[in-house]
Design a protein around this ligand. Structure first.
Ligand code: MG
Length: 253
């Protein structure tokens, strides 16, 4: 099952995607829903960010090779930080480079979308609280991340959380290839098999800190190969079994 949010004539709606077409559903994929429209071709709709999360919990340094390229130790517990809901954008929406930073970088990541309110989950219970998976770009002002010592500013600018194109439920538990392309050239290539803390472990650990709400997003960290963005760039995060999240890059001026 593939869930999305889309607009056709301006009104956003949740939908189910099948055979290159989307049918509207109501009220939403986090509870029992009904199909409320005939399918229309995907080419006739605009895909929006597939969820409007109350919070985005991101995980730092969850691939050994990325910890290495950042000159950081591999953590013994997941390093958690938050990105604000105001940073969310959908597919094809521009990432705007803020004037306050001289180096903004892409980080392609697998993101988990939470289905139901959850806290204190054991790893074995965690997947029952997951709706599905999507692509995420943990856009980061690298200079500010280094300068500030904590990451709220570096990770929190408007447009720094591209997410989509949709949520794939029932992906299975196997490893997924994750790649990021800059202007069509591959810059990151990893596998979720190399996550230091896997998805059930992460969902469990986050749920022991904060109550998870339907639509909340946990992004699982980036493999090596992160690099800078410039105005006019096109950045694609592609994950096996999900699809491609594409965003152009613009000057924030
Ligand atoms: Mg990241």
């Amino acid at each position: 099952m593939i869930f999305c949010r889309f607009s056709r004539d301006g009104d956003p709606s949740f939908g189910v995607v099948e055979d290159h077409a989307v049918a509207a559903i109501a009220p939403d994929p986090f509870q029992a829903y009904e199909t409320v429209s005939d399918p229309v071709p995907l080419s006739e709709v605009r895909l929006l960010a597939p969820v409007l999360p109350s919070k985005i919990v991101a995980v730092g340094l969850n691939y050994r090779d990325h910890a290495g390229e950042m000159g950081m130790e591999v953590p013994t517990e997941p390093v958690l930080f938050l990105k604000p809901p105001s940073s969310v954008i959908g597919p094809e929406e521009p990432i705007r480079l803020p004037k306050l930073s001289r180096r903004v970088e892409f980080e392609g990541e697998l993101a988990v979308v939470i289905k139901k309110k959850a806290r204190n989950l054991a790893p074995a219970e965690a997947m029952d609280a997951v709706l599905g998976f999507t692509c995420f770009n943990d856009v980061t002002a690298r200079d500010l991340q280094k300068k500030d010592g904590q990451w709220s500013r570096a990770k929190g600018f408007d447009t720094f959380a591209p997410i989509g194109p949709w949520i794939v439920a029932d992906l299975g538990g196997g490893p997924l290839a994750i790649e990021t392309f800059l202007n069509g050239e591959r810059r990151q290539r990893g596998s979720t098999a190399d996550l230091i803390f896997n998805v059930p472990e992460l969902v469990s650990r986050v749920s022991h800190v904060m109550t998870l709400e339907p639509g909340d997003v946990i992004s699982t960290g980036t493999p090596s190969g992160v690099g800078p963005l410039s105005p006019g760039d096109l950045v694609d995060v592609k994950i096996e079994g999900i699809g491609t999240l594409r965003n152009p890059v613009e000057s924030g001026a």
